[in-house]
Design a protein around this ligand. Structure first.
Ligand code: GDP
Ligand code: MG
Length: 180
């Protein structure tokens, strides 16, 4: 018997500075949990999220980093075969937003799709349950920033309050499927 179903397994990177909420976003998305202390164990962690997508099954393999964030870059091997990425910053800490373009450059310089394009990437402005000063002062500029830096789009998220995480992921998956 032939299997007509296309296998959709996507490696998704979650990158950004230390403490922006990468692990919290993944835990919220995959395990529906939230805690105030996820230990920054050194290494790489994976979590699998299975989605029903137009009568197909989409598996998202979310790659979390722990401990290497302080170097501000990752190895080519780590990025290898990723199909999409979230770059996360913390709306209460401007320096984490300043680091976003550095993360994007690192990613784009080490990984491109077969067609030469960079992988679909979505910017997450996390901790939007807290002070949103960065956004209210730069709100309009973030759209422009995304265009100029090759982001598919951006979302305000909160892992704590479970805001926009599913939406951001669906948006990314749509862009991944369109890029295939
Ligand atoms: P990581 O280093 O990027 O993996 O960040 P963590 O997920 O470990 O989060 C760092 C800290 O920020 C933890 O104390 C979290 O509880 C907190 N945090 C993460 N996401 C949110 C959020 O959406 N809102 C608030 N208020 N705190 C958050
Ligand atoms: Mg972490």
């Amino acid at each position: 018997m032939q299997n007509h179903q296309k296998e959709r397994l996507y490696k998704i990177l979650v990158i950004g500075d230390l403490g922006v909420g990468k692990t919290s976003i993944i835990k919220r998305y995959v395990h529906q949990t939230y805690s105030t202390n996820y230990r920054a164990t050194i290494g790489v962690d994976f979590a699998l999220k299975v989605l029903n997508w137009d009568s197909e099954t989409v598996r998202l393999q979310l790659w979390d980093i722990a401990g290497q964030e302080r170097f501000g870059n990752m190895t080519r091997v780590y990025y290898r075969e990723a199909m999409g990425a979230f770059i996360v910053f913390d709306v209460t800490r401007p320096t984490t937003f300043e680091a976003v373009s550095k993360w994007k450059e690192d990613l784009d310089s080490k990984l491109t799709l077969a067609n030469g394009k960079s992988i679909p990437t979505v910017l997450l402005a996390n901790k939007c349950d807290q002070s949103r000063d960065i956004l209210t002062n730069n709100g309009l500029k973030i759209d422009q920033f995304c265009q100029e830096n090759g982001f598919a789009g951006w979302f305000e998220t909160s892992a704590k309050e479970n805001i926009n995480i599913n939406e951001a992921s669906n948006f990314l998956v749509k862009h991944i499927i369109a890029s295939e």
